[in-house]
Design a protein around this ligand. Structure first.
Ligand code: ZN
Length: 298
C-alpha cells in the first residue's frame, strides 16, 4: 500500500499532490524483475501516473504511455480512479551505467520519443465516449520533466514535478520511491510561483527524506518551502492489476474453436502472461475441453 494526498495552497490557485509509492514500485520491480535503471524509469512513470490521476476529477482510466527509441522501448502505466496503478516496461532489462554522480541514467535508456496521456471516462456507466488523448515529444527522458512538460504544453498547467526511486543492491531492491506534483492553476500569483520554483530547486531528494521517515505531507512541506497548504483528500494506493483466471479463459475462448482445439492437441493446455503485471495463467486441458463443450465465443 502506498499513500497519496491531494490539497491546495494560496486560496486554491495552487494544487499540491504527493505520494509515498515505495510499496507500489517494489511490487512492480518484484513482478517484472526490472534491471536497476529500468526499475527507476518504471517507478517514476508509475508514481507520476498516480499523481497525474489525482489532478483529474472525471476518469475511469488514465494511461501514460511512453514510446521511445531508447533501449527500454517504451513504458506504460495505467491508473484507475481508486488509486490502483499497474504498468510495465517493454524491455525490463534495459540498463546503462550510472551517471558520474551515481544517479541512474534514465534518459540513457529512454532516449527520444513521445509521451502520451490517455484519459477514458464513462464506460462504467455504458457511455462510449472517445478517450481524451494528449501527447508531447519526450523533452528530457528523465520522466519528471516530461510530466511537467506535458502539463504545461497540453493542459496549460505550469507545474513542478519531482519523482524519485532509490534502490538497494540486493533484495528488497526498492528502498524508497515517491513523488510530488505542484500545479499552478489560473490566477496563481507570479511571486508565489517563483517562491515554489525556488523551494523545489533547493529541496533535498525525496527519497532521502523518505528513508528518514518522511510522509507524503513531509514531502510536500519540503518541496513547498514555507508556503502553507491544506490537505483535502488522502487515499491508499496500490499496484493492482485486473487480470484473472476468468479473463484468461475469456481471452483464449475468443480465439475460436479451431485455435482452442489446436492448443489442446498440440500443447496440452495453454499459458498466458499478463503484460501489465507478469502474472502467468495456466489453462489446463480440462479448461480447454470445457470451453469446447460450451462453445467458443467467436
Ligand atoms: Zn495482470
Amino acid at each position: 500500500m502506498g499513500r497519496l494526498i491531494h490539497g491546495i495552497a494560496e486560496e486554491g490557485t495552487i494544487r499540491v499532490i504527493a505520494s509515498d509509492s515505495t510499496d507500489i514500485v517494489a511490487e512492480a520491480v518484484r513482478r517484472h524483475k526490472t534491471a536497476p535503471t529500468a526499475s527507476a524509469a518504471l517507478g517514476r512513470v508509475l508514481t507520476g501516473t498516480l499523481l497525474l490521476g489525482a489532478s483529474f476529477k472525471d476518469f475511469d482510466r488514465l494511461t501514460v504511455k511512453i514510446e521511445s527509441e531508447g533501449e527500454i522501448g517504451g513504458i506504460v502505466a495505467e491508473a484507475d480512479a481508486n488509486g490502483n496503478v499497474r504498468g510495465y516496461a517493454k524491455n525490463p532489462s534495459a540498463e546503462v551505467p550510472a551517471k558520474q554522480n551515481g544517479k541512474f541514467d534514465v534518459r540513457g535508456i529512454v532516449g527520444e520519443g513521445m509521451f502520451y496521456v490517455i484519459r477514458e471516462s464513462g464506460f462504467d456507466i455504458g457511455l462510449h465516449r472517445d478517450p481524451y488523448v494528449g501527447s508531447v515529444p519526450i523533452v528530457s527522458g528523465e520522466i519528471a520533466e516530461d510530466f511537467a512538460y506535458y502539463l504545461a504544453r497540453s493542459e496549460q498547467i505550469p507545474s513542478a514535478v519531482l519523482l524519485g526511486v532509490l534502490l538497494n543492491n540486493s533484495a528488497p531492491y526498492v528502498r524508497a520511491a515517491g513523488g510530488v506534483m505542484i500545479q499552478m492553476l489560473p490566477g496563481a500569483d507570479e511571486r508565489v510561483i517563483k517562491a515554489v520554483e525556488a523551494a523545489v530547486e533547493k529541496a533535498p531528494h525525496l527519497t532521502t527524506s523518505l528513508t528518514e521517515g518522511a510522509t507524503a505531507e513531509d514531502l510536500l512541506e519540503i518541496s513547498m518551502g514555507g508556503i502553507e497548504f491544506e490537505v483535502l483528500h488522502e487515499r491508499e494506493t496500490a499496484f493492482k492489476c485486473n487480470c484473472s483466471h476468468e479473463r484468461a479463459l475469456g481471452l483464449v475462448s475468443a480465439l475460436g474453436e479451431e485455435e482452442v482445439r489446436a492448443m489442446l492437441e498440440e500443447d496440452d493446455g495453454a499459458k498466458l502472461d499478463c503484460g501489465f503485471c507478469n502474472e502467468t495463467y495456466e489453462l489446463s486441458p480440462d479448461d480447454l475441453r470445457r470451453m469446447l463443450r460450451k462453445g467458443t465465443t467467436d
